[in-house]
Design a binder for this molecule. Structure first.
Ligand SMILES: [Zn+2]
Length: 310
């Protein structure tokens, strides 16, 4: 019994990254709260459940991964395996392997830094559509990272009903996490001047106004616009960016390119309540999250009432 309890506590600690001492304190507190009606092992199971640790598979589901979690164990299917890339940055060089891992709850990008892990891809031990078991991984900016302390191996388990699309979550801004695919209801509280840039029609990457693409040489560049604004829902605010295709739906070319027309349009938007959908992305230049808009809708009271009545 005592040995069971000990291994249970250790398992909870490994799975959650919380120290054994801290878990024992939680167990004691739980027992006290329930007036000593449950055993230490029973209390430990409740703590584990509260921490979303499942014992049957000894791993958690992708949707349960939250910021701050360390030593993450997952089982999932590789639904998109990317080619191994080489990097050479700030005097460090090496290889990076990555793929999208999916289970029956969600999917997540996994990044591998360890040469031995990357060799599994190169040798073909880990391939597209195979099921893998990952242990001791960490979460960074909404991605699962495997270091040399982590393990990855093919698994013969089967997973049904794989979630291929990133689930759309309804969240308040305060709860946004990097790489979340979210929808929220908020007010537009600030809007900046539109910015213009040029892309290559062939590769869609940034080009110069004069028509030079790094990859394709001389090209006829396409002009694109982006618009930054700030949304606020009372819990927090976030800088938001809307790109060309989405932007065209809310503002035409003339309004974007004529300052007088833009400022009229801007007055329409300021203080407006919208339902906004998109992805939370890390802006590497400012090291803050920003919200990349994929859909912007007016708040329609009829729809809201309908939703509330459900
Ligand atoms: Zn190009």
């Amino acid at each position: 019994m005592d040995e069971n309890y000990q291994s249970l506590i250790e398992f909870i600690s490994t799975s959650s990254g919380i120290s054994v001492d801290e878990i024992e304190r939680k167990v004691a507190a739980k027992q006290a709260k329930l007036a000593g009606l449950i055993s230490k092992a029973g209390a430990a199971q409740i703590i584990a459940a509260e921490l979303n640790i499942s014992f049957d598979k000894q791993s958690i589901k992708i949707s349960q991964v939250v910021p701050g979690m360390r030593k993450i164990n997952l089982i999932g299917k590789i639904i998109n395996l990317f080619p191994v890339r080489e990097y050479n940055k700030n005097g460090r060089s090496g290889r990076i392997g990555s793929f999208v891992l999916a289970d029956e709850t969600s999917n997540v990008r996994v990044v591998m830094w360890d040469e031995n892990h990357i060799d599994l891809i190169v040798k073909g031990d880990i391939v597209q559509n195979c099921i893998v078991e990952i242990t001791n991984a960490t979460l960074r900016n909404g991605e699962i990272h495997l270091t040399s302390f982590s393990e990855i191996k093919p698994s013969n388990k089967t997973i049904n009903n794989i979630v291929v699309q990133k689930p759309l979550l309804k969240k308040q801004i305060i709860n946004f996490n990097t790489n979340d695919n979210v929808s929220t209801r908020a007010f537009i509280v600030q809007m900046f001047e539109p910015r213009f840039f040029y892309i290559c029609p062939a590769c869609k990457k940034k080009a110069t106004e004069a028509g030079d693409c790094n990859e394709h040489g001389k090209i006829i560049p396409e002009k694109r616009a982006l618009l930054n604004f700030v949304i606020d829902d009372g819990t927090n605010s976030i800088r938001t960016v809307v790109f060309s295709e989405q932007l065209e739906k809310i503002m035409n070319k003339e309004e974007l390119e004529t300052p007088e027309l833009f400022s009229i349009k801007k007055q329409d938007f300021l203080g407006k309540e919208v339902i906004i959908t998109g992805q939370v992305k890390k802006n590497s230049m400012y090291n803050t999250d920003e919200f990349i808009v994929s859909k912007l809708e007016d708040v329609e009271l009829d729809k809201l009432i309908e939703e509330l009545e459900k």
